[in-house]
Design a protein around this ligand. Structure first.
Ligand code: ADP
Ligand code: X15
Length: 407
């Protein structure tokens, strides 16, 4: 269990600075609504209803990229989700921002401009250095408390994440609390029965690192996606390399070959590899082939096959805990959703503790009409989820814990 203080511990009538992670996909310059708004809305609503003055800090994109935008649109979406007005000021710690902060009444909510528009925010430095920045030194004195709800950004040593908790009493928001507890469960909780991890997606380097780190915590890995194909390659099948303009496999194979081979060698018994794969047939329909019948990879494989899904489902049902990292196929295309959806539905119907992580994979839950409440936790974190699974510390969580020790 984390040892941080939570928003239940904030003294009444406080001026509270809250770090959220509203980083979202941007289309035509506008943020697209997603789970992050819905989840953070709970923390914001609770703080406002408690009568605090609530000022929100967040970021969007990275400087130089297309998704680096103002947070004006985020304020509108958040306002809808919270069910009360979320004012927005196009400034982070200048005159306009400070006046807006000072003008707030009890229960009012204000979102400041994208923190990454300030030079002090981004370079990763120690919490002590970040606490010394003009950004932190200017804003902090306006507040009685700092809340970090941005679990999904907690792997970054940015001013808004690690600077403020050094100089203000600091607390975890509801998202921080629930994400932390669920995502560290694989390393910290004892389960009575088998622990299963579903491993897929495109970022094979990430998930293979997770598999290696969780070696002794996981009883079986169900593989699919790009990572699954690389393991099939290591097992001697002529798959797991790029064909026809794809560039997902060869580079990742070169980078991870030794690790893949050693995981296969040492944990072979715990690994379930696909026995059949799906691809786009000549008629454009889904076609399947048994892995043992593949003499040469000629098509891109886009899902695990139906025999594999039928084998993975009971493995899920027998588990006491299931953690998901990455999709088993290109579920965005209905023809190749069977693996991902079949396994997610088996988890939803099973009596087990379950965590589904990764922004892309968790999207399959709503795309295919599954109920989020049938899972113990659907994470809104990507990089931070990976780090939690591999047991790497999250700097923004560490400073919250240190703050609790001082409070
Ligand atoms: N065999 C495959 N070939 C190409 N893409 C795949 C394959 N299997 C899964 N994917 C893609 O992987 C994506 C999810 O992977 P990833 O980004 O690693 O996970 P997440 O964002 O959920 O952490 C999905 O969008 C899916 O289309
Ligand atoms: O969306 C985020 O992370 P994610 O893509 O790992 O889920 C966070 O907002 C961190 O963003 P960053 O990776 O630009 O620092």
């Amino acid at each position: 269990m984390a040892t941080f203080d939570t928003i239940d511990d904030i003294p009444t009538d406080s001026r509270v600075l809250v770090r959220l992670d509203l980083n979202s996909p941007i289309e035509d310059g506008e943020p697209q609504t997603n789970r992050r708004f819905e989840r953070h809305a709970e923390t914001v609503r609770e703080l406002a209803e408690a009568g605090h003055r609530v000022v929100l800090l967040a970021h969007q994109g990275r400087p130089g990229r297309d998704d680096f935008t103002s947070l004006a649109g985020h304020a509108a979406i958040l306002s809808e989700r919270v069910g009360r007005d979320v004012a927005f000021v196009e400034d982070t710690y200048g005159e306009a921002a400070l006046s807006a902060v000072d003008a707030l009444d009890a229960g009012e909510v204000l979102l400041l401009e994208n923190a990454r528009m300030c030079d002090d925010e981004l370079p990763e430095e120690s919490p002590e250095a970040k606490a010394e920045t003009e950004f932190v030194r200017t804003l902090a004195p306006r507040f009685d408390a700092y809340v970090n709800d941005a679990y999904s950004a907690a792997h970054r040593k940015h001013a808004s994440l690690v600077g403020f908790p050094l100089v203000l009493p600091a607390y975890a928001g509801r998202v921080m609390e629930t994400e932390y507890e669920a995502n560290t469960a694989i390393a910290t909780r004892e389960f009575d029965g088998p622990v299963t991890m579903v491993v897929g997606g495109t970022k094979a380097t990430d998930v293979i690192g997770v598999m290696d780190a969780l070696d002794d915590r996981v009883d079986r890995f169900l593989l699919g996606g790009v990572a699954g194909e690389l393991f099939l390659r290591a097992a001697g099948h002529p798959v797991g390399h790029d064909v026809g303009g794809t560039d997902l496999f060869d580079e990742q194979w070169e980078a991870n070959r030794e690790l893949i081979e050693s995981v296969l060698d040492e944990r072979g018994d715990a690994l379930r590899l696909a026995t059949d794969l799906a691809y786009e047939g000549a008629d454009g329909e889904r076609a399947e082939v048994a892995v043992n019948d593949i003499d040469e990879k000629e098509a891109g494989y886009l899902d695990v096959g139906s025999e594999t899904v039928a084998a993975y489902e009971p493995a899920v049902r027998e588990s006491d805990a299931v953690f998901v990292k990455g999709a088993l196929g290109v579920f965005e295309d209905e023809r190749f959703a069977d693996g991902t959806v079949g396994v997610l539905e088996a988890i939803a119907g099973a009596d087990c503790f379950s965590v589904v992580g990764g922004g892309d994979t968790s999207r399959a839950i709503e795309m295919y009409g599954m109920n989020e409440s049938d899972f113990s936790h659907v994470s809104i974190a990507g990089g931070a989820y990976i780090r939690a699974l591999t047991g790497e510390p999250l700097p923004a969580v560490e400073v919250l814990e240190a703050a609790a020790g001082r409070q």
